[in-house]
Design a protein around this ligand. Structure first.
Ligand SMILES: [Zn+2]
Length: 235
């Protein structure tokens, strides 16, 4: 069985092109999904930052309300103290006022601390918002570019597939079943170019006899990996 090496080389080139284009088409949706996941993660970060800010503000409001209530209570106690009938009552009220004032001092410190946390949380929300916007813009650009690119890949794949089918039809009819068996099993690894006496598929060093047979355009398979061999390199 004789098939010119140049014919096999051309077939292999088209097979590899077809496979590469198929891989690109397959990768497209995965790449888009990965970008979408990044946007979703940025949005989750933004939601978490907003929730944190809301919780801090609520805690601060609660503490400020508590502070005011206690201030009112202190004012009431002070009025009572000034109108105290006995020294004992006066002393008791004085101690109560001192305790409440002390409690409010502690609370004021806590409020200041919380206000600082709110400032940081506001910054956190702004940063998360900016990050989300950047991600969204990136995703939109990537989606547009990828969709356009995949359209090109699709039409290229169609062109290459047709060229490949046409090249396949040029093979000797009696060899076609064997050829299809190898290609169906190994796809673009069904063929391998030979360079410097070595199989381009598995780097097995071929015997001089095999190389001689290839020079005479005889169909030869690699003894090691089973690839259909041709001379002229695996380009
Ligand atoms: Zn091999």
């Amino acid at each position: 069985m004789k098939i010119p090496c140049s014919q096999l080389q051309a077939l292999h080139r088209l097979l590899k092109q077809r496979q590469d284009l198929r891989n690109q088409l397959e990768r497209g949706p995965r790449q888009l999904a990965a970008k979408a996941a990044m946007v979703a993660s940025a949005l989750a970060g933004l939601d978490a930052a907003k929730l944190k800010l809301r919780e801090l503000k609520m805690a601060c409001d609660r503490m400020q309300l508590q502070l005011r209530d206690r201030e009112n209570k202190i004012a009431g106690l002070e009025t009572k103290m000034n109108q105290a009938a006995s020294n004992r009552e006066y002393q008791t009220l004085k101690e109560q006022i001192a305790a409440d004032k002390q409690a409010n001092n502690v609370l004021s410190d806590e409020i200041l601390e919380t206000l600082e946390q709110i400032d940081a949380a506001v910054k956190g929300v702004a940063e998360a918002e900016a990050k989300h916007k950047v991600m969204q813009a990136e995703e939109a650009t990537f989606k547009q570019q990828t969709t356009q690119r995949l359209e090109v890949v699709k039409s290229e794949l169609q062109r290459v597939s047709e060229a490949y089918k046409a090249a396949e039809l040029l093979l000797p009819e009696e060899f076609t079943p064997e050829y299809l068996r190898v290609v169906n099993a190994r796809n673009d690894e069904a063929l391998a170019g030979v360079e410097n006496g070595t199989c381009g598929g598995c780097y097995h060093v071929l015997t001089p006899k095999v190389v001689d047979q290839l020079r005479m355009d005889n169909v030869m398979f690699c003894q090691s990996c089973g690839a259909l061999l041709y001379l002229g390199g695996d380009d």
